[in-house]
Design a protein around this ligand. Structure first.
Ligand code: ATP
Length: 309
């Protein structure tokens, strides 16, 4: 008997860096109101889906051992959600190739979830509208809608209410991946503790930063980068101060902790400088791995070279 071999549907899932992240005080419902400017970066995972006898998740790459392959993986939840909504069994094999550091503050899990929505929309020919995809994304997590859209965007609420931000030019980044991850809830708890005990710095509103983005001026953007979670991430991993100093000493325009950390993101004047800074940082031994990336890039979208149409 002939068996049908399906080529996988493959989606590229870009990471994000927060150029600006302002965290409001803890609300009664346990959440913090956020104002953030995200940028999608070329450092990415790929997510491939094929029909299978049952729902299965496989994770590949250096960090694979730290990622669950059961129902706690966001891609599993995305598949179950779309299967239920479209009245079919969630019978797909999902393979994630991790390029994004795990628990690194770069929205790896959210990127994979967004990519799974796009991949299954294609595999199952669902014909979902942008609005429908957005709604599923928001149910999966507050960073998932941005991972779907990509580009540069202003996020409010818990980060899920998005407005596109004009960003001229490509910005060049170096990412220093830390040896150990940081749990996002633990970093928020540490910020609450620091705020109860004192007065850690708070970033201004993002107006000036958005102007620098519109002009496309990396040198003007650099001093405006800011992250309220940085103090908390540094408090939990004090060694990150050395990493931040080393990147600037190597020639970056500025360095910040990305989101809840511990990845440090360095903005550079151009690609050549980014390559030099990455080589210096790799040699200085202040990071587990160093990567060069640029942004803004598109959100989760079909990888035309790899996918069947
Ligand atoms: P964020 O920047 O959105 O706060 P993060 O980049 O710091 O997230 P993730 O890499 O998304 O963190 O992972 C956080 C935790 O989520 C991991 O420790 C892992 O156990 C779990 N997880 C669930 N699904 C995934 C996935 N597809 N990829 C990575 N981690 C996942």
């Amino acid at each position: 008997m002939l068996s049908v071999v399906h080529r996988p549907v493959v989606v590229r899932a870009p990471s994000k860096v927060n150029l600006h992240l302002s965290v409001g005080d803890l609300r009664d419902d346990g959440y913090h109101e956020l104002t953030t400017v995200f940028q999608a970066l070329s450092l990415a995972d790929t997510v491939a889906v094929v029909p299978a006898a049952e729902l299965r998740v496989e994770v590949r790459g250096e960090d694979a051992a730290q990622v669950p392959s059961d129902h706690t993986n966001l891609v599993w939840q995305a598949a179950e959600m779309l299967a239920e909504a479209s009245g079919r069994p969630p019978h797909v094999a999902i393979t994630i190739d991790k390029g994004i550091p795990v628990a690194g503050g770069m929205a790896g899990g959210s990127a994979d979830a967004a990519a799974t929505l796009v991949a299954l929309d294609e595999l199952w020919s669902l014909g979902l509208t942008r609005l429908e995809l957005d709604r599923y994304a928001a149910r999966l997590g507050s960073d998932v809608p941005f991972c779907l859209h990509g580009g540069t965007a202003l996020g409010t609420g818990r980060g899920e209410k998005l407005l596109p931000v004009l960003a001229r030019n490509t910005f060049h980044w170096v990412l220093a991946l830390a040896k150990d991850g940081l749990s996002t809830p633990a970093v928020f708890r540490e910020l609450d503790r620091l705020r109860a005990a004192g007065d850690p710095p708070r970033v201004d509103d993002p107006q000036a930063l958005m102007q620098a983005l519109a002009v496309g001026d990396a040198a003007a953007l650099a001093p405006l980068l800011g992250n309220d979670l940085q103090a908390a991430a540094l408090s939990l991993q004090p060694g990150l101060r050395r990493t931040l100093r080393a990147g600037v000493a190597a020639g970056a325009l500025a360095g910040i902790v990305s989101g809840s950390g511990p990845t440090c993101a360095f903005l550079c004047a151009d690609r050549d400088t980014a390559v030099e800074v990455s080589a210096e940082l790799a040699g200085a031994g202040v990071a587990r791995t160093v990567r060069v990336a640029d942004g803004p890039v598109h959100g989760a979208r079909l990888d035309d070279d790899e996918s069947q149409h």
